[in-house]
Design a protein around this ligand. Structure first.
Ligand code: DHB
Ligand code: MG
Length: 217
């Protein structure tokens, strides 16, 4: 960013450029490779963060000095590895996954990354599980990446359970290009944006599907 073309939405990256820059800046070790490839091996949807986005999440958590974090949507544990590695000494990540098969794959990948002691994969639906985590708060970071129709509720939970200066992140903030459509899911995602903007210092980072970033006031 920016010139008139890029301001209007033209993206200068293509798969080759994305791949080259990810390899230079967001290089994987064996556990990250394994977790990234796990959805393909296990017949799971390959909807994990891109390598550069996951590295961005790791760096952002490092910058706020995160020690306690919550993730909504574990999938195979790829982003959980990035988050857990960012945590300060003695830190912990609670990562929520509603599909028991995904949770099992994530446990295996976290074990291989030697992170089982730093990460608890909590099985269940986000809205059911979050109240049980409140006793561990306040948290330093909340990463929302599942169940798009409830992002507004997750954002409100984050606002109540993050410390001042804590980090809110929401993947898919453009809702796959449907953000401005007339649907209850799009309305919930717009409320997530609007309510976050009232309580956090916010920006929607224009990753391919938008990454909402908020720092709690
Ligand atoms: C989907 C979910 C995601 O979190 C994502 O980043 C991409 C796709 C999905 O549910 O299809
Ligand atoms: Mg996502």
């Amino acid at each position: 960013m920016a010139d008139p073309d890029s301001r209007a939405g033209l993206a200068y990256f293509d798969p080759a450029i994305l791949d080259w820059t990810a390899r230079v800046h967001a290089g994987h070790d064996a556990p990250l490779d394994r977790a990234f490839d796990a959805p393909g091996r296990h017949g799971m949807p390959a909807i994990q963060l891109g390598p550069s986005e996951a590295k961005l999440v790791e760096i952002l958590l490092t910058l706020v000095g995160a020690r306690k974090a919550v993730e909504i949507g574990t999938l195979a544990g790829y982003s959980a590895i990035r988050i857990a590695r960012a945590l300060a000494e003695g830190g912990h990540l609670w990562s929520i996954e509603s599909d028991p098969r995904h949770a099992a794959v994530a446990q295996e990948n976290l074990s291989i990354a030697a992170l089982l002691r730093r990460v608890t994969v909590v099985e269940g639906a986000g809205l059911d599980v979050l109240p049980s985590l409140e006793k561990h708060g306040p948290f330093d970071a909340v990463f929302i990446d599942a169940d798009k129709a409830n992002y507004d509720a997750y954002g409100r939970w984050a606002a109540r359970n993050l410390r001042k200066g804590g980090l809110l992140l929401g993947d898919n903030a453009f809702l796959f290009g449907r953000l401005l459509e007339k649907s209850s899911e799009a309305a919930a995602m717009r409320r997530f944006h609007e309510e976050a903007a009232l309580l956090f210092d916010t920006v929607c980072i224009p990753t391919p599907d938008g990454l909402l970033l908020g720092v709690k006031r």
